[in-house]
Design a protein around this ligand. Structure first.
Ligand SMILES: Nc1nc2c(ncn2[C@@H]2O[C@H](COP(=O)(O)OP(=O)(O)O)[C@@H](O)[C@H]2O)c(=O)[nH]1
Ligand SMILES: [Mg+2]
Length: 318
């Protein structure tokens, strides 16, 4: 048995260290990446992936921890993947969160992992889906993906989940910020956290108003619910779980689950293909070819589109 096959077998039997090593192979773009990817395929497709996104300090980690507790009470196996798109390092920035997750440290039905993805060819779209497959193959029922950081990367992460929770909190100017980042469109469930603070009702009202502006009349369209929570006390978490279950039912019944997964699969294949082409272009042979074409373009011997066609053609016949 190969090292990879052995790791996959151990991961499937619940060995957390094997899961960790497989994710590291993915994260570090190890030469055995292809073997890992293909070895996982027979065992994936079961896990539900839930993304949590929102500004720093809004309560993502606290909510994640409360959701873990609730799912564990239902007897589900849960994984938490904390992704930091802005950091090239694992761990560092997420250390605080991991400490908070100590609550679950001794529960072997919970797997917690942080992952950095900057510096990867193809970025998030490339490494994160593989890490999700590792966790899926390891028998996780629910995978909670928490993003650290804001902006476009957040939206990208949201596109990896079956269901995306967008968190807001009163008094953070979140509504406007969220609208700017285009985050409202990716929300399947809104959580207004810190409902113990003044202004939570107003935040929920503002949000409802903003949503009503863009509301689609189509009865088949999912209307994202707004749930108020006090994550630090576990209040409203059952309602979040219920909203997630309802969204899941809708995804399956409407055929959108399959549609979303196909879009994601296409994105993933494309990202890998583009990364592969980039790599080949950087190869000695591709680099030389590019250099020659650049010389011809400067000398006005070729137009840039024809030159690009020639480059692509040369990469194909490797
Ligand atoms: N008052 C109040 N504080 C909360 C609540 N949920 C989380 N917090 C606190 O808000 C801070 C940031 O929470 P955290 O989960 O780390 O936010 P993240 O950056 O989005 O992951 C922490 O000090 C939490 O204890 C809540 O419902 N009410
Ligand atoms: Mg956090």
């Amino acid at each position: 048995m190969t090292v990879v096959a052995d790791l996959v077998e151990r991961a499937r039997s619940g060995d957390a260290r094997a899961v960790g090593r497989l994710i590291s192979l993915v994260e570090n773009a190890s030469p055995s990446l292809r073997e890992v990817a293909s070895a996982l395929m027979p065992y994936v497709g079961h896990a539900r992936v839930v993304g949590l996104t929102g500004s720093p300090g809004v309560g993502k980690s606290t909510t994640t921890s409360a959701l873990v507790r609730a799912y564990r009470q239902q007897g589900q196996r849960v994984a938490v993947l904390a992704v930091d798109p802005s950091s090239p390092f694992s761990g560092g920035a997420l250390l605080g969160d991991r400490v908070r997750m100590q609550d679950h440290a001794t529960d072997n039905g919970v797997y917690i992992r942080s992952m950095a993805s900057r510096g990867h060819l193809g970025g998030l779209s490339w490494a994160t889906p593989q890490a999700l497959r590792v966790l899926d193959a390891a028998g996780c029922d629910v995978i909670l993906v928490e993003t650290v950081g804001v902006g476009q990367a957040e939206v990208e992460i949201a596109s990896l989940a079956d269901t995306t929770i967008v968190l807001l909190a009163p008094g953070m100017g979140d509504g406007i910020q969220a609208a700017k980042a285009g985050i409202l469109e990716v929300a399947d469930v809104f959580v207004v956290n810190k409902a113990d603070r003044e202004g939570a009702d107003q935040t929920a009202r503002d949000l409802r108003h903003m949503l009503s502006l863009g509301e689609r009349r189509d009865p088949d369209t999912w209307q994202p619910p707004i749930v108020k929570t006090v994550a630090s006390k576990g209040e409203g978490i059952d309602e979040v779980i219920a909203a997630l279950a309802k969204h899941r039912e809708w995804l399956v019944a409407s055929g959108r689950l399959d549609a979303r997964r196909r879009v994601r699969a296409a994105d993933e294949i494309e990202a890998i293909a583009v990364a592969t082409l980039r790599e080949r272009m950087g190869d000695v042979r591709g680099g030389t070819m590019l250099d020659q074409l650049a010389g011809r373009l400067v000398a006005s011997e070729v137009d840039p589109y024809t030159a690009a066609d020639e480059l692509i053609a040369s990469l194909r016949h490797d």
